[in-house]
Design a protein around this ligand. Sequence first.
Ligand SMILES: C[S@@+](CC[C@H](N)C(=O)[O-])C[C@H]1O[C@@H](n2cnc3c(N)ncnc32)[C@H](O)[C@@H]1O
Length: 252
Amino acid sequence: MRAVGISRPSATPAVRTAVVWDVLRAVLADRVAATGRDRLDIVDAGGGTGGFAVPLAGLGHAVTVVDPSPDSLAALERRAAEAGVGVRALQGDAADLKEILPTDGADLVLCHSVLEYVEDPAGALGAIAGLLREGGAISVLAANPLAAALHRSIAGRFEEALQVLDDPQGRWGDRDPTPRRFTCETLAVLLSAAGLTPGEVHGVRIFADLVPSRLLDGEPGAARALVALEQAAAAHPVLRDIATQLHVLGRK
Ligand SMILES: C[S@@+](CC[C@H](N)C(=O)[O-])C[C@H]1O[C@@H](n2cnc3c(N)ncnc32)[C@H](O)[C@@H]1O
């Protein structure tokens, strides 16, 4: 089947991250208040080039990124240097976190767009749970199969959309670059199995990937309004479930 022409999705960095930052800011404020420490210990598992790690370090927190990719870690170090902040960069796999970092040493662990790629998501979450202090939190961001079905169908790829719904890993076919996707339910089961309490779920990019980019190009007001729309809808009990990504907090 031939895909119909659609404009490229319009997810700017602000649209991609605004909802997650809203949640993280609240989590950090709660934790600072609960511990009396302004400088929290944060681990970004699979933190890549530091899109979250560097700004978190800029807020004054002690941030460690663990990632298997030397190229990403090099880019992270460049980004941190440009921002004038220190971020500890360690090469490693999420499954080996227990050997890389001390147990019970983290207030917050980020696991953003990583569970899709690790060999064993349950094992990775178990290792992450071991890093968290009592009262600490994990921030999980993962691709949502319902959104993948929606996006394939909008592109005219109806058979692939159906395949997403049938496939236990939520993939649209052999050429799908994402090895697996997660629903709210599968994320809650994984967090519980790791001994964590699943908390609030937010939808990230509910609308952004459905909007043709030409509607936003050169329109800063429209981009700002889209961010506000995403923030307002992120916790909506129905809209949340069709977001490109699901964000779930887990607590120890
Ligand atoms: C899509 S990127 C996400 C990067 C970053 N977390 C973010 O949100 O921008 C996926 C990251 O997961 C890392 N990764 C892949 N397999 C991993 C593993 N087994 N353990 C830890 N990180 C892994 C990759 O190197 C890459 O940096």
